[in-house]
Design a protein around this ligand. Structure first.
Ligand code: NI
Length: 386
């Protein structure tokens, strides 16, 4: 009698080789064709049922079984950053770089798929290799193409390699851990004229300055101080000459929250503030407010499951509570539809000093984090399905 094979150990060499291969060939959102082809080929060899083209360049791998279905998600896209690292696996694509660690996420996903493939599991495992996380629209594209159906997904898990945490630690907690991402654009319409005769104009530059200042008071005066929020104005465009008052100024920026009243009220508050300030000066505004992604909210029970797995793996002392960020993450869209958990796996290099931040041209990870993340997701899936 031959039973199902035991769980194979993590293949560190192959995990690192895959990550470095993808690192050398970064692809931007919805252009991940090489990465998607590599993923599809590997999954097919492992006997997964593979569906390419889910959410444009996304790939789904399914190992079907009776029982519940767990989804494991890995994002695949790179950033428009020129790599400044002098490493053998440096990016070969000018102006593009895996500066957020998604190369590692793909390698981890494939290693988890390899280890789960021969096992007899108590349910289905579905891998979502997702495009375009950075622009916050890849998850929605995959959901729109039915990734959460057939079979219906009961829970979703994912990780982010995280340079704010040292390698050997993991951050897991229930509730909101990544922020909502809203974007606003404010066009301030005044009346142009001579810089020496401002009384004949409605100066949109001055109005813009007041609008920026007033928007900063939203967080200090319109928000419950016990709820988290950030408002940042990040773009200001106006004028072309030192002696001409322009007729228009344009502002762009972002609002980040963990949900709650301020999240609900923000579109109205931004619009009312811009409108009110502008009208005090006799100007008009057009406000375009868009929600890009919701806050990422971890399910209580499934966070406990993932935290227990992490504690068994690296010791409870190394499982950090309270790891959250006002950064956004479109895994939020999956977790809006199904319960699940998204964890931060420490990847700060052991070299000492501060790790390069995500999205910087010198970003890199300690590759031991790949092993920890692969083990964490493998054991989480097994435990969820057993
Ligand atoms: Ni990222």
């Amino acid at each position: 009698m031959k039973g199902p094979p035991p769980l194979a150990p993590v293949d560190r060499a192959s995990l690192v080789a895959t990550r470095r291969d993808i690192h050398q060939h970064p692809e931007l959102g919805f252009e991940e064709t090489r990465t998607a082809a590599l993923v599809a080929e590997r999954l097919r060899k492992l006997d997964y049922h593979v569906t390419p083209g889910v959410g444009k360049t996304g790939v789904v791998g399914l190992k079907k079984n009776d029982g519940r279905c767990v989804l494991l998600r890995a994002d695949m896209d790179a950033l428009p950053v020129e790599e400044a690292n002098a490493v053998p696996y440096r990016s070969k694509a000018p102006g593009k770089m895996h500066a957020c660690g998604h190369d590692g996420h793909v390698a981890i996903g494939l290693e988890v798929a390899r280890r789960l493939a021969p096992l007899e599991l108590g349910g289905s495992v579905k891998f979502a290799f997702q495009p375009a996380e950075e622009a916050s629209n890849g998850a929605q594209a995959m959901i729109g193409d039915g990734v959460l159906e057939a079979p219906r997904v009961n829970a979703a898990f994912g990780i982010h390699l995280w340079n704010d945490l040292p390698v050997g630690t993991v951050g897991v907690m229930a509730g909101p851990v990544m922020a909502s991402v809203d974007q606003f654009e404010i066009a301030i319409l005044g009346r142009g004229g001579h810089a020496a005769a401002p009384h004949q104009t409605i100066d949109p530059v001055l109005v813009a300055a007041h609008v920026i200042t007033a928007l900063q008071s939203l967080v200090s005066r319109r928000r419950d101080p016990l709820s988290e929020a950030v408002v940042s104005v990040t773009e200001v465009h106006a004028g072309r000459a030192f002696n001409v008052i322009p007729d228009r100024a344009d502002l762009r920026g972002t609002v980040r929250t963990f949900g709650g009243h301020f999240f609900e009220d923000a579109p109205r508050l931004v619009e009312d503030t811009a409108q009110g300030v502008a009208s005090a000066f006799g100007a008009h505004v057009n406000v375009n407010y868009r929600r890009l992604s919701a806050p990422l909210i971890n399910n209580e029970e499934l966070s406990r499951l993932m935290r227990d797995v992490a504690a068994d793996l690296i010791g409870a002392d190394n499982v950090r509570q309270g790891v959250r960020t006002m950064g956004g993450e479109d895994m939020a869209f999956f977790l809006e539809k199904v319960p699940g958990c998204f964890a931060f796996v420490g990847s700060a290099p052991r070299t000492g000093g501060r790790a390069s931040p995500h999205h910087s041209p010198t970003f890199d990870i300690d590759e031991e984090s790949l092993v920890i993340a692969a083990e964490l997701l493998t054991q989480t899936a097994i435990r969820y399905l057993s």
